[in-house]
Design a binder for this molecule. Structure first.
Ligand SMILES: Nc1ncnc2c1ncn2[C@@H]1O[C@H](COP(=O)(O)OP(=O)(O)O)[C@@H](O)[C@H]1O
Ligand SMILES: [Mg+2]
Length: 438
């Protein structure tokens, strides 16, 4: 490609001659990314489409500039820009050359390569650049497998990941013009009201800020299904894939098996398993395994399914809008997942016994089971209340874990289970505390 043309395209994404829109700073991610960058490894930013990865990279660049880095020592490349006509690592090579010749001040630059999975065999190129000390590198992409497993084997020990999620509740409050501090009665009332909005509409940044929420969510849904799944994996029966997506979305916060997909949808178990895997790799859905000390049992048991965003469940037409309990459980799941960024060794499961009594989340760390969490939205319903507390006490006995918590819709207080005191925390409060890693 012509160098002038390359520089013209790059100019649109960089801070060389103009300011770029950076939106609301997402401080938790920026400090995490900063920490990854100072290790000298390749920093990898992953996460679903539209979660805000490009904005976070731009915010990081902005922070470097504010800290004294010359904008001309930073190169941001959007590899999805359709004006790039070259393919493969040759494109990266030409872009880098044009930048070094026309823009760079001669210092080792910081490269932000956005949506890198567009480039075949990018791994070797970024590794070479890093090993030769030619650039500091941050890459991003929206496919878990491309960015983690395959990259993992090649970059073994030479990269560090960070997953970007739609907004946490604290971020959501900020995007809605409130601080994360909830101290006064008025602030508490506001936070409670916004919680309902949070679980109904979800928290993709653009959706939160826009009036046309449903349209946006539907277009995200179509984009992920079409681009990240159908096209990427060259699915031959798109109608089967769509049926599988719909099935899984309708079963959010519920148990499912590949067998049951086979029975309800008439697709083979292999297809059901593959499709579920593709959707997980595109960060549209997550499946959660049952806790068991026996690996075989863990694999054999049904899984629970959760979506990347509760708004997406609603918009895609699965009528969850009145089922706050399921959406709340999904929101708790996402909040735990967000924290795994900071503590990637922690593992997450659900618990169930032979009589189908369940506890929602079991957190396991290096030293064993850390905590059991039960989400019980409506604690005023005595039957539900008794059932949920009883199941939780069984899980605590079975796992020999005295650290448990109940997350409720509104109630706050304490329950005593077999002599152990259990905290009951309303969801809005729990979500805000989750930020500090409580
Ligand atoms: N921090 C933010 N502040 C304001 N708006 C944001 C922010 N992050 C994302 N957005 C909005 O969401 C859209 C998608 O974000 P983007 O960073 O492009 O996502 P991704 O790169 O993960 O696909 C942006 O175009 C912007 O409208
Ligand atoms: Mg992007």
């Amino acid at each position: 490609m012509d160098k002038n043309e390359i520089i013209r395209i790059l100019n649109d994404w960089n801070f060389w001659e103009k300011e770029q829109e950076t939106g609301f700073f997402r401080h938790d991610y920026i400090s995490r990314l900063e920490a990854l960058m100072t290790t000298g490894q390749i920093a990898v930013v992953t996460g679903p489409r539209r979660a805000g990865k490009s904005f976070i990279m731009r915010q990081m660049a902005k922070k470097l500039i504010t800290g004294g880095t010359n904008p001309k020592d930073i190169l941001i490349v959007n590899l999805e820009d359709p004006r790039f006509t070259l393919a493969g690592t040759a494109l990266l090579e030409e872009i880098f050359e044009a930048f070094m010749e026309r823009v760079s001040t001669g210092k080792v630059p910081v490269l932000f390569l956005d949506e890198i999975q567009e480039i075949d065999r990018f791994e070797k190129w970024v590794l070479m650049m890093k090993d030769l000390g030619k650039a500091k590198i941050v890459i991003s992409g929206s496919n878990a497998k491309l960015l983690s497993r395959e990259l993992g084997t090649l970059l073994a020990g030479r990269h560090l990941d960070m997953t970007v999620f739609p907004l946490s509740f604290a971020e959501f409050l900020e995007f809605n013009g409130c601080g994360p501090q909830v101290e006064t009665h008025e602030q508490e009332r506001r936070a409670k009201g916004l919680l309902i909005k949070y679980i109904k509409e979800g928290s993709f940044p653009e959706v939160v800020l826009s009036a046309a929420k449903k349209e946006l969510l539907l277009s995200y849904y179509e984009d992920v299904v079409n681009k990240d799944v159908l096209r990427r994996y060259r699915i031959r029966k798109p109608q089967d894939l769509r049926a599988a997506v719909k099935y899984l979305f309708s079963n959010v916060s519920s148990l499912f098996t590949f067998n049951s997909m086979d029975r309800s949808l008439g697709m083979s178990i292999t297809s059901a398993r593959n499709y579920t895997g593709y959707m997980e790799q595109a960060y549209l859905l997550f499946s959660l395994k049952r806790f068991s000390y026996k690996l075989r049992e863990q694999e054999k048991s049904p899984r629970k399914i959760y979506a990347i965003d509760t708004g997406l469940c609603n918009a895609a037409g699965f009528r969850f809008s009145d089922n706050y309990g399921r959406l709340a459980e999904n929101a708790v799941f996402l909040s735990i997942k967000r924290r795994q960024n900071v503590n990637p060794e922690s593992e997450l499961y659900y618990w169930k016994d032979e009589l189908h009594r369940e506890a929602d989340f079991v957190l396991k760390g290096e030293k064993g089971i850390q905590k059991i969490i039960q989400v019980c939205w409506n604690m005023n319903d005595m039957k539900t209340r008794k059932r949920e507390i009883h199941s939780l006490s069984l899980a605590m006995q079975d796992l020999k874990c005295g650290n448990a918590e109940i997350i409720s819709g509104e109630e706050e207080g304490e329950e005593e289970i077999s002599g152990v005191k259990i905290k009951v925390t309303p969801l809005w409060k729990w979500l805000l505390a989750a930020r500090t890693g409580d």
